[in-house]
Ligand binder design. Structure first.
Ligand code: HEC
Ligand code: HEC
Length: 404
């Protein structure tokens, strides 16, 4: 059974959030005091335990707010102590203010039954509803900034370089309620993450949409293949509104979830244990409690959020586990996973290809094998030829924002 994401009609829902999504002013406009505070806190390396790590250590503006805090493992950042590692690749923070909160979006299918599509939320498993809620995660995560509680964060704030800006925005008193102080920190960081720094819409693609730039022949071919439902079909999940010239209608994600059967990344420390699997959405805390009736939790095992493809050329490595290190291979994986699995998965001692080696046996049925471009079998022609893969990659490179 596939993740019931079959219909992708959520543009209306997403458009609503796009309108709500905060301040989008010209990049020349100065930040408000709240946004300035958020910027200071985002870069404030005195708030971690021990000090030395800020949000920016893992979310570097020069890499579209990805990075790894100087980790020896490309895909996995170190925490504030160098022997701590998480288990997921650091995602871009660009355009994340447009993400709707997590919900199951219900839609009637042809038989009149309601199908539910998990949609929205931050993190690869959607566990934070919005940017404000999200900030509490890294501050208190032992593998990240590792503060033990809100009192520790507040006490660090008292001697931090951000203190003056905090007082300007929230007033003098930060002694009474540590939870309220940390919530204020979260509000300020989220305000900064909602500024045009994180959503400049300044790529060649944006200029092309507005008639201010032309695609090369290769980029134009790539864009057609990206949209073509019989070729890349990338637009099926990395959505954009085909008849719109408004950059905000082209976020290259519908914020839904899917199971791609990505190869295991042996460089992730947690993966040293053969029985360990990162199963994404179905392991999300509390999901069982909010499941619509008749929906099986297990159907979401192995599903991860569809990321935006904006700035994809500068955010290597790829996928939730960083298993694939370059963009061309990432595109090639889609079209040859099933025709040539030996390209992507390791072999056992007796030479058998260990296909879907990061998927539990129970979740293999969840891997998307029905939708273009994954719908091929060994011996069939991949949906994209080598030249066509190059064209899609050339198109994806037009999605990189230019420096302000
Ligand atoms: C040690 C590295 C590290 C630090 C420090 C860090 N993050 Fe992250 N961030 C990550 C990783 C890894 C993920 C993905 C985790 C997951 O999906 O479970 C993530 C996810 C996010 C997301 C969700 C993006 C999405 O696509 O859903 C946001 C927003 C975010 N971080 C903001 C912050 C903020 C704000 C701070 C500072 C308070 C911060 N991060 C500090 C590594 C880090
Ligand atoms: C059925 C939905 C679906 C389709 C169709 C699809 N993708 Fe994806 N894409 C995803 C999901 C889900 C992920 C994240 C998977 C993961 O991390 O395990 C992803 C991840 C990616 C990534 C890595 C992003 C990152 O930040 O690491 C790239 C690049 C990408 N897709 C490109 C494409 C291209 C090119 C096509 C068309 C050939 C395509 N996708 C078609 C759902 C889809």
């Amino acid at each position: 059974m596939f993740i019931p994401k079959l219909k992708r009609p959520l543009l209306g829902v997403i458009a609503t959030f796009m309108v709500l999504a905060t301040t989008h002013r010209g990049s020349a406009e100065p930040l408000s005091p709240m946004e300035e505070l958020g910027k200071a806190l985002f870069h404030d390396a005195t708030l971690s335990n021990p000090p030395g790590q800020s949000c920016a250590s893992c979310h570097d503006a020069a890499l579209a707010f990805t990075g790894n805090s100087g980790s020896p493992i490309a895909a996995i950042a170190t925490g504030s102590t160098p022997d701590k590692f998480g288990n997921r690749n650091v995602p871009t923070l660009k355009y994340m203010a447009f993400s709707p909160p997590f919900s199951f979006v219900g839609e009637k299918n042809d038989k009149g039954e309601t199908e539910y599509t998990p949609t929205g939320g931050l993190f690869f498993d959607g566990r934070a509803d919005n940017l404000i809620d999200q900030v509490h995660g890294p501050l208190l995560n032992v593998n990240e900034m590792a503060d033990t509680d809100n009192a520790m964060i507040t006490s660090k704030l008292r001697s931090s370089p951000s203190l003056q800006a905090y007082k300007t925005v929230f007033g003098e008193d930060l002694s009474k309620d540590d939870a309220a102080t940390v919530q204020n920190i979260a509000i300020a960081i989220a305000a900064f993450e909602s500024t045009s720094t994180f959503a400049p819409f300044s790529s060649k693609f944006d200029s092309y949409l507005q008639g201010k730039a032309e695609f090369t022949a290769l980029e134009a071919k790539g864009f057609e293949l990206f949209k073509d439902p019989e070729k890349g079909n990338c637009l099926g999940c990395h959505v954009g509104t085909v008849d719109s010239k408004n950059p905000k209608d082209w976020l290259f994600t519908d914020f839904t979830y899917d199971n791609l059967g990505v190869p295991r990344n042996p460089a992730i420390p947690a993966n040293a244990k053969a029985s360990y699997f990162d199963e994404g959405l179905c392991q999300r805390e509390g999901l069982q409690k909010i499941l619509p009736e008749g929906v099986e939790l297990s159907s979401f095992c192995g599903a991860f959020k569809v990321p935006t493809l904006r700035n994809i050329a500068v955010t290597a490595p790829y996928f939730h586990n960083g298993a694939i290190t370059n963009l061309r291979d990432t595109v090639a994986f889609y079209v040859t996973r099933d025709t040539n699995p030996e390209l992507w998965y390791p072999k056992s001692a007796d030479g058998k290809v260990l296909k879907l080696n990061d998927t539990t046996p129970a979740a293999i049925a969840n891997v998307n094998t029905g939708e273009v471009p994954y719908d091929r079998k060994p011996g069939e022609t991949p949906r994209l030829s080598e030249d066509e893969i190059d064209a899609v990659v050339a198109f994806l490179k037009t999605l990189t924002d230019t420096a302000p």
